[in-house]
Ligand binder design. Structure first.
Ligand code: MG
Length: 387
């Protein structure tokens, strides 16, 4: 079985970038590591050889540290062509091995593109990723005056990977060197020996050339990031009635002959919601965070506790998807106050009211709640891990 080897030239001076673009940070990883990683994690790739700038071999080895399949990092030559030639010598493969040459500065290459290159090469003997030109092309002189319009029909913008048999690529490099021919890509050298076939690359398989390309690459990567995992939390609370207290539910004072007993305002609904949110986040529960022995919390509005819970979620990078709760009370009637409660919760959690479910039910006269001794609340919350 011929092996499939990725050969990544990474010796560019980065003059248009103003620094070493290959080591620049792209969403937490050096550009070159992202590039090599795309090959390392593709099942068809057997080995990766990276050709580094002469003085940068150590830095590049560090940037690639721990990536599987990286067999060699070798110092390159004065030009890209020379560097690829050096890399070919360093491969140590067989004549019919496949070599995918890929720019170190194209970190957004996808498994799809690698698949198309490998399939195309199997079918036609080689394959070069490219995209049809969609912009109108003009030639201009030094004063930027148009000298002619170039028909774009049949024109493609060529990218990498470019996949060839090892022997073919080797022969093409030797032939180019012997005749003093310089090409800007491998296809340019191989075209002199055999027909070269194009497969579809992708517009977002972009080459980092200028600093603004890095910002664009970040935007593209952000768009590709999968939605964070969803977390579910559950909360339950119950408070007994006590004479001489206000009844506060969901942050709203409800006219009633008596309120609920508790250290805070005893808002049983908000306590259940707090615990659902804290539970989903894996944080300590409301009893641990706001102990009923803390004099500072005596009589406090539970909306303030909810606001604190929200701040804690923010600092752990969790976003609320929705909250749903049920209040169990024989009396008073809670239904008329539900819209006000939803508004109050919505404001504190910065959550659209459509994402807040609130229901009230009785306990059908059963048990302590049915006897009207207190009020209970159940709540669930779902959170998403923001990336
Ligand atoms: Mg409570």
């Amino acid at each position: 079985m011929p092996r499939v080897i990725a050969l990544i030239p990474a010796a560019g001076a980065g003059t248009r970038f103003g620094g070493d673009k290959l080591l620049a940070d792209l969403r937490g990883q050096p550009v070159l590591r992202r590039t090599a990683s795309a090959f390392a994690h593709h099942p068809a790739i057997d080995a990766i050889v990276v050709v580094a700038g002469a003085g940068a071999t150590g830095q590049i080895r560090d940037a690639l540290g721990g990536l599987p399949k990286v067999e060699a990092v070798v110092p390159g030559g004065a030009s890209r062509q020379e560097s690829v030639g050096i890399g070919l010598f360093a491969l140590g493969g067989e004549a019919d091995d496949w070599v995918l040459v890929h720019d170190g500065a194209r970190p957004l290459v996808t498994p799809d593109i690698l698949d198309r290159c490998l399939d195309g090469a199997q079918k036609n003997g080689n394959a070069v990723a490219a995209v049809p030109v969609s912009d109108t092309l003009k030639a201009a002189d030094d004063a930027q005056t148009v000298t002619r319009t170039v028909g774009r029909d049949g024109l493609w913008a060529v990218q990498t990977p470019q996949c060839f048999r090892l022997q073919t690529l080797f022969d093409a490099h030797v032939a180019a060197r012997d005749s003093g021919f310089g090409g800007t890509d491998e296809a340019g050298l191989v075209e002199r020996l055999e027909p070269v076939h194009l497969v579809l690359g992708a517009l977002d398989n972009l080459k980092i050339t200028r600093p603004e390309d890095l910002a664009l690459a970040e935007t593209i990567l952000r768009g590709r990031a999968p939605m964070g995992h969803t977390r579910i939390g559950f909360g339950y609370d119950i408070h007994r009635f006590a004479a001489g207290r206000r009844l506060v539910l969901g942050g709203v004072e409800i006219p009633a002959p008596q309120g609920l007993d508790g250290h805070s305002d005893a808002d049983v609904l908000l306590h259940a919601v707090c615990d659902a949110l804290l539970g989903a986040a894996g944080l300590p529960d409301i009893g641990q965070l706001y102990p009923n022995t803390d004099p500072a919390l005596s009589g406090i509005s539970s909306l303030r506790l909810l606001a604190d819970v929200f701040a804690r979620l923010q600092s752990t990078g969790l976003g609320i998807i929705n909250v749903d709760a049920t209040v169990i009370a024989e009396a008073p009637k809670i239904g008329p106050f539900v819209p006000l409660m939803r508004d109050a919760i919505s404001r504190v959690l910065h959550l659209d009211p459509s994402r807040i479910g609130l229901k009230a039910t009785t306990n059908e006269g059963l048990g302590a709640l049915g006897a009207g001794l207190g009020i209970a609340a159940h709540a669930v919350a779902s959170l998403t891990e923001k990336e």
